[in-house]
Design a protein around this ligand. Structure first.
Ligand code: ZN
Length: 250
């Protein structure tokens, strides 16, 4: 309790906060992480389904996987953790969220400045001609497989292994990390490159590092200044409550 109060005081005082999120924040929306490799991931081993070369070799096979993902998780809704971050942005405390998720739940919860480091699942992109379409409006769909106007099979605009990360989002995320007074790592162990460099960049520029995770990570005992242990869907709303309380008592 005290720890959350203290964190709330610091957030309210410094504002200027950047956030990095990962799969942990969407677990309570029913989206499992790659790491708890139960269910779907064991049926679709990453080495057969997660690489660009897999898509190039057999896009029809990969679309069976993408459609399964959409069927299982397409109806996921933001949880209290997503809503709390959106609230922190409205309060003028959070500047931006860099996320490794492709589920768009931050935007659905109302967050505006969201940097999608691994792309998104709202768009379809042609890896041959570069055309981009809204997910629901490709030129042609045959057996749930979307086709480009050029005749090739479209790829979801999220990043497969072996693909470049979105340059703009990445650049902006590093800029935000450099400028932040507080850097929050929420629902991610932040150990996948290059996103894993963001907290270090923030730290090297003097930011306080706040971690909200259920377990400990490589960062916990290295660069983290304030650790709030628990699920993001519990801790983040409590932070918002504490901040509101502090504001109301002046
Ligand atoms: Zn095309």
């Amino acid at each position: 309790m005290d720890r959350i109060r203290k964190a709330a005081e610091i957030l309210l005082r410094k504002k200027n906060t950047a956030v990095l999120t990962g799969s942990g924040i969407s677990v309570d929306s029913g989206i499992p992480t790659f790491r708890c490799s139960q269910g779907i991931w064991s049926q679709y081993p990453p080495k057969e389904y997660a690489f660009l070369k897999n898509f190039k070799k057999d896009p029809v096979k990969l679309w069976r996987f993408f459609n399964r993902l959409a069927d299982e998780f397409g109806h996921a809704r933001p949880n209290a953790g997503h809503f709390a971050l959106a609230e922190l942005e409205r309060m003028g405390i959070v500047r931006s969220i860099a996320t490794q998720n492709i589920d768009a739940l931050h935007q659905e919860a109302g967050s505006r400045d969201v940097l999608e480091l691994h792309g998104n699942s709202r768009l379809l992109r042609c890896i041959f001609c570069g055309n981009v379409y809204e997910k629901n409006h490709p030129p042609e769909v045959i057996d749930r497989i979307p086709f480009c106007a050029c005749g090739k099979i479209l790829k979801p605009d999220f990043i497969l292994f072996g693909e470049d990360l979105p340059d703009q989002a990445m650049k902006k995320a590093f800029q935000e990390a450099k400028q932040a007074s507080i850097y929050i790592i929420a629902g991610t162990s932040a150990d996948v490159a290059p996103a894993n460099r963001l907290p270090y960049r923030a730290k090297s520029r003097g930011a306080l590092i706040m971690e909200i995770n259920t377990g400990q990570t490589d960062l916990t005992h290295t660069i983290v200044d304030i650790r709030l242990r628990g699920s993001t869907s519990v801790i983040l709303p409590r932070l918002v409550e504490e901040i509101q309380l502090l504001q109301s008592t002046g």
